[in-house]
Design a protein around this ligand. Sequence first.
Ligand code: NAG
Length: 272
Amino acid sequence: MVRCSNNLVGILNFVVFLLSVPILAGGIWLSQKGSTECERFLDKPVIALGVFLMVVAIAGLIGSCCRVTWLLWTYLFVMFLLILLVFSITVFAFVVTNKGAGETVSGKGYKEYRLGDYSNWLQNRVNDDKNWNKIRSCLVDSKVCSKLEAKLVDVPVTNFYQEHLTALQSGCCKPSDQCGFNYNSATNWTKTAVTHPNQDCQLWDNAPDKLCFDCQSCKAGLLDNVKSAWKKVAVVNIIFLVFLIIVYSVGCCALRNNRRDGSYSRTYGYKP
Ligand SMILES: *[C@@H]1O[C@H](CO)[C@@H](O)[C@H](O)[C@H]1NC(C)=O
């Protein structure tokens, strides 16, 4: 019984340790190979998570198997903080991704995206010029619009309107329907004399690296992607949270085992 719980902590932490290796390797790979802003975006948090999980797992492994009480205390304290952190991130992700969706346009196969529909917190992130310039260069590098242009070359306007566009394609690669511009190709439109009050219409430019990349609709399209990604992260987080709580509970049990063993308490100077 006593051994079982300590062994279980050992096994669970070994699983966490094994998990941390590919995460760390992935983070290092991203920082070495990632040539675009897009990929470099995530390398530091991924490396931090990998190192953190590895250190926690090793502490738990040694603390439980070698019955080092102070190490197990530290381990459980860090685990507790991790549970709080993951819980907060999950709640935050649900709150932030609760608002906003594409709007259907009558007679069109695609939706259009308005920045005002998304949560204020997300809006502030993309309205910050420093953030947006990074994301913008990442979008240009990812060739999201050149790929669309290549795919829809010589498509007549009626067929273009039936196309099913992704949020980024709809928001960044074409002007808003409201502008009423004349279609030449998916990413080439002739402006009309009347300017629509929608600011995005003035920002439109046929140059492949400009298009609608500074439009509100492009920021909204990006937030739509962020929203679906965070929804998935939140679901994975809940599974991770349940796993962490199980590991934590078993760890508490192992600590009680260590404490019950008086000689160990004396050896490591622990006083209950
Ligand atoms: C857009 O289309 C017009 C008319 O077909 C053409 O003259 C112009 O060069 C095109 N612009 C770009 C940036 O491709």
